[in-house]
Design a protein around this ligand. Structure first.
Ligand code: SAM
Length: 269
């Protein structure tokens, strides 16, 4: 295997931190292993050669491919299910009681291959079936990686992932294909807008959200980048809106003005 020289590793660490907020300082072996395929793809025999190629690639595609390899996209259906229980048992009943807003905006930030937003779509559909009042839901799902966004948009997954979806939901929301895959039904795919977005640069946009899921993303950020992002996410929430973070990403009290409501969930009062 091609080894990373100290200065090559330092360059990659610096680049990933500055541009994407990723902290790779203690991940030398991971960087070597994950970039092996990229070096082969571009027929280069050293990391220096590869980094020069990236700096000359005006399209930015090579740099994006490198970052996509270096980020962890691990995700699965029904992950941290307590969040979906909270949505079903607390958040949606609250919306139904108030009968507002008429359009409910949701953002899955760092959506990876889409299992998170489709679990959410299934949860919303199930709630809708109870006959309770429901607003129109607009869902945005973003990630920095093009390849994962492509897969998320297709809604196609390996058949073995079907096991983590409750049987009744499989029937309603998934179609099994002939090649050991299944696809999320169109009715659930169509309402989700997928978009490339770098959370490192994120500043509050015009669009405001009632619910933001930013789970298992900030874990890769250092404290300063995380604090900055949390502040921007807070600004992007409507009053009464919720921010859900990964169960291992609880926000220290001095890092947020949101109220902790349990299960790695925060509410803007
Ligand atoms: C471990 S996955 C988590 C997926 C999903 N949220 C979940 O909890 O299962 C982390 C995702 O965050 C994305 N990510 C990492 N850094 C990012 C950044 N700076 N901007 C946007 N997305 C980022 C990665 O590409 C990856 O797909």
């Amino acid at each position: 295997m091609i080894r990373l020289e100290d200065r090559e590793f330092e360059y990659i660490v610096q680049y990933a931190k500055e541009k994407y907020g990723l902290n790779l300082e203690k991940k030398r072996v991971l960087v070597e292993c994950r970039l092996k395929g990229e070096l082969e793809k571009h027929h280069v025999s050293s990391f220096s050669e590869y980094l020069v190629m990236i700096s000359r690639d005006r399209s930015g595609k090579m740099a994006e491919d490198m970052i996509s390899r270096l980020t962890t996209h691990y995700t699965y259906f029904m992950r941290e299910f307590k969040h979906f229980e909270l949505i079903r048992d607390v958040i949606l009943p609250e919306v139904s009681r108030k009968q507002m807003p008429s359009v409910y905006s949701v953002w899955c930030a760092g959506c990876s291959t889409g299992q998170e937003c489709y679990t959410l779509e299934m949860t919303l559909e199930e709630y809708r079936k109870t006959g309770s009042w429901m607003p129109v839901v607009m869902m945005l799902a973003t990630d920095i990686s093009e390849p994962v966004l492509k897969q998320a948009q297709s809604g196609i997954y390996k058949l073995k992932e079907l096991e983590s979806i409750p049987p009744a939901w499989r029937e309603r929301y998934c179609t099994v294909g002939q090649d050991q895959t299944f696809q999320i039904k169109e009715a659930l795919r169509t309402p989700v807008r997928f978009r490339k977005q770098n959370l490192k640069d994120y500043v509050q946009e015009k669009e405001q959200f009632d619910l933001i899921l930013c789970r298992n993303v900030m874990i890769y950020f250092d404290t300063a980048d995380k604090r900055r992002l949390v502040r921007e996410l807070e600004k992007s929430l409507r009053p009464g809106g919720y921010l859900l973070v990964g169960h291992s990403e609880l926000l220290p009290k001095d890092e947020t003005s949101l109220n902790y409501v349990g299960s790695a969930a925060y509410r803007k009062e």
